[in-house]
Design a protein around this ligand. Structure first.
Ligand SMILES: Cc1cc2nc3c(=O)[nH]c(=O)nc-3n(C[C@H](O)[C@H](O)[C@H](O)COP(=O)(O)OP(=O)(O)OC[C@H]3O[C@@H](n4cnc5c(N)ncnc54)[C@H](O)[C@@H]3O)c2cc1C
Length: 310
């Protein structure tokens, strides 16, 4: 793993840096390129600006590794309220949530109850619940919860990470259940025994899994296949594969993060691909932002420049 990426990922998990890093004014200024603000209203405003471009939205309130039930329950209520606010604002945004923000570190059963409340409300609102994937230690517990929610509500998708060796097998089991899959490369620091250390291998595995996700055989009608990537070369390769197997661009769904690859998002919409941006907001953005820097260390230059910008 390149050194800069390792350093940034180590910072993202460091308690002291988590508590103090985001107070630095130049870091606060730099993060604004990737999130519209800390409040729910900021997310709603940003989501409303996407619709005229035919771009859908997914939203996430930043936070993870919660250690108090009062906080996990607050987050659950926040998402219930946010879904209502999206509905009344006419913004068709779907929530994307981290299990450790809803209590997975404390008790999987109670975390399931919190997520259950979200899946139930999402179904009532004719929406969809996305569940993020965190470090490998959480994969089994997350998938178990996802399977239970899908069996009960049928409107649940989960993020799978192409850097993990296990992901092709996980996909095979999930798609038979109709669980939606948002395939991403993977944002955490994982050992080589569990994850491909080389980026080229991750990219290749992403493509192999994408091909499996698009294969018609054994694919339930309701299976939602989403590619969560900003990698224009990879997306072009997936589109070429779709063309070869007779899958229309309009059947493809790509999700990107707010503030990244805007031109590519608009190009894909023009081509008929369904595009959504994931809009993050909330006060606890430091580890999430460090992972964005780790994905593209050139972004560190952006932070440094923001120290000097007026
Ligand atoms: C919608 C969505 C949801 C996600 N959910 C999860 C999740 O639940 N769990 C998880 O582990 N990971 C998640 N990720 C993050 C993902 O794992 C990758 O770390 C991230 O998307 C970077 O990989 P990439 O596919 O964009 O490809 P890369 O090869 O890293 O990047 C391709 C190109 O995209 C651009 N780019 C990529 N990242 C950035 C950036 N940060 N800033 C500026 N430009 C950039 C650059 O031009 C780069 O050359 C999510 C990503 C997206 C888009």
């Amino acid at each position: 793993m390149p050194i800069m990426r390792s350093v940034l990922l180590a910072i993202s998990e460091n308690r002291w840096m988590r508590a103090h890093g985001q107070r630095l004014w130049f870091v606060r200024r730099a993060v604004s390129a990737f999130m519209p603000g800390e409040e729910l209203e900021d997310m709603l405003r940003a989501a409303a600006t996407q619709a005229p471009h035919n771009i859908g939205t997914v939203f996430t309130r930043l936070g993870e590794s919660v250690t108090e039930w009062s906080e996990a329950d607050f987050v659950m209520r926040h998402y219930l309220d946010a879904m209502e606010r999206c509905r009344s604002a006419g913004v068709g945004s779907e929530p994307s949530v981290k299990p450790t923000q809803l209590g997975l570190d404390m008790d999987a059963g109670r975390c399931h109850q919190n997520l259950r409340a979200l899946a139930e409300r999402a179904r009532q609102l004719n929406s969809y619940l996305w569940i993020d994937m965190e470090q490998t230690a959480y994969v089994d517990a997350t998938l178990e919860i996802v399977r239970r929610l899908q069996a009960e509500f049928g409107n649940v998708g989960v993020c799978l990470q192409a850097y993990l060796h296990r992901t092709m097998d996980d996909l095979a089991a999930l798609r038979l259940l109709g669980v939606g899959v948002r395939l991403v490369k993977g944002a955490y620091s994982e050992p080589p025994a569990l994850a491909f250390p080389r980026k080229a291998d991750v990219d290749e595995n992403f493509f192999r899994i994408a091909v499996a996700m698009l294969a018609p055989l054994g694919r339930p009608a309701a299976f939602r296949a989403v590619f969560g990537t900003h990698d224009a070369v990879l997306i072009a390769r997936i589109r070429a594969h779709c063309k070869a197997i007779g899958v229309a661009d309009s059947a493809l769904e790509v999700h990107m993060l707010y503030g990244i690859q805007r031109a590519e998002q608009l190009r894909l919409v023009q081509a008929g691909v369904r595009v959504c941006v994931l809009i993050a907001y909330g006060a606890f953005w430091f580890p999430w932002y460090m992972r964005r820097l780790a994905e593209r260390p050139a972004n560190v230059g952006f932070v440094i420049r923001s120290m000097f910008a007026r």
